[in-house]
Design a protein around this ligand. Structure first.
Ligand code: TMP
Length: 237
C-alpha cells in the first residue's frame, strides 16, 4: 500500500502528491473551479468527487478498448492513484457538435452538428494561454514525435467513438472534450481526467447543458448538473 507524501504540484483543479514509489502519484480532485484562463474563479461543491469518480469509471473502460491510461485506482471518493507521466505539452480537443471557441472562431451556431469529428491541438503553456497549434507546429517545435502524434490522434478518435456510444443510453450527448497524454516508462498514455470540467455534455432530450459551461456562463444549477452526469453514468454500469 502506497502512502501519500509531499505535495508536488497544485493546479487549478487538482493537487498532485508524491508517493513512496516514484512511479506513482496521488491526485486529489478539488472543488475549485476556474474559467477563461483563471480569470473567473469559484467553487463547485462536490465537483472533485464527481470528477474523480467519473474518471475512475471511464478510464478502465477505455483501457479495455486498448487505450492505455494513467489510472490505477480510486483511493477515496476524490483521490486517485495514477502512474507518473511526463506530460506531452499538447492538449487534444475532439468536437462532434459546434460549441464554445469553435462556434466563436468560425461563426457556427452552437449546436450545429459537425459532418465529421474535428481534432484540434493546443500548446500547453499557461504563459501563452494555451494557443491553438497544428501538426506542423507540433513537429517543428518537437512537442511530440510523429509516432506519438499519430497515436494521440488515433486514441482521441477511438475515445470519441467509444464515449459517444457509452453515454447514449444515459441520454448524454458528447459535444466535445479535451484530452492530455504523457509517457510512463516510455509508453504513451492518456492522463488527466474525463469529467464535466473537460467535456461538454448535453441532455439528449432538452439540450440542457450538464457541464462546466453552467459555471463559465453563470447558468445556475452547476452542482446539480455535475451530480446528474455522475448519477446517469453510474446507473449505466
Ligand atoms: P472550447 O470550446 O472552450 O475550446 O473547449 C473545448 C473543450 O475542451 C470543452 O469540452 C472544454 C474543454 N476544455 C478544457 O478541458 N480545458 C480548457 O482549458 C479549455 C479551454 C477547454
Amino acid at each position: 500500500m502506497l502512502s501519500k507524501q509531499e505535495l508536488l504540484y497544485e493546479g487549478k483543479a487538482k493537487k498532485v502528491y508524491r508517493t513512496d514509489d516514484p512511479k506513482y502519484y496521488w491526485i486529489e480532485f478539488k472543488d475549485d473551479a476556474t474559467a477563461f484562463d483563471g480569470a473567473k474563479k469559484g467553487k463547485i461543491t462536490g465537483k472533485g468527487e464527481v470528477n474523480a469518480r467519473l474518471s475512475a469509471l471511464l478510464f478502465p473502460r477505455l483501457a479495455v478498448q486498448g487505450i492505455p491510461t494513467h489510472f490505477v485506482e480510486l483511493l477515496s471518493p476524490r483521490e486517485m492513484l495514477v502512474r507518473e507521466l511526463k506530460i506531452v505539452p499538447v492538449e487534444v480537443v475532439v468536437r462532434n457538435i459546434a460549441a464554445g471557441s469553435l462556434s466563436q472562431r468560425l461563426g457556427i451556431a452552437e449546436g450545429t452538428p459537425l459532418k465529421r469529428p474535428v481534432l484540434e491541438f493546443y500548446y500547453k503553456s499557461d504563459d501563452l494561454h494555451d494557443p491553438m497549434i497544428n501538426e506542423y507546429h507540433i513537429a517543428a517545435l518537437e512537442l511530440a514525435s510523429e509516432e506519438d502524434l499519430a497515436l494521440m490522434k488515433n486514441y482521441a478518435l477511438k475515445i470519441n467513438e467509444y464515449l459517444i456510444k457509452f453515454l447514449q443510453p444515459a441520454n448524454l450527448v458528447l459535444v466535445d472534450f479535451k484530452l492530455e497524454f504523457g509517457h510512463h516508462e516510455g509508453k504513451l498514455m492518456l492522463g488527466d481526467e474525463i469529467s464535466p470540467d473537460t467535456c461538454r455534455f448535453w441532455d439528449a432530450r432538452s439540450g440542457e447543458k450538464l457541464d462546466k459551461d453552467r459555471f463559465r456562463r453563470d447558468l445556475g444549477g452547476v452542482e446539480a448538473a455535475y451530480q446528474e452526469v455522475l448519477r446517469r453514468v453510474e446507473a449505466l454500469v
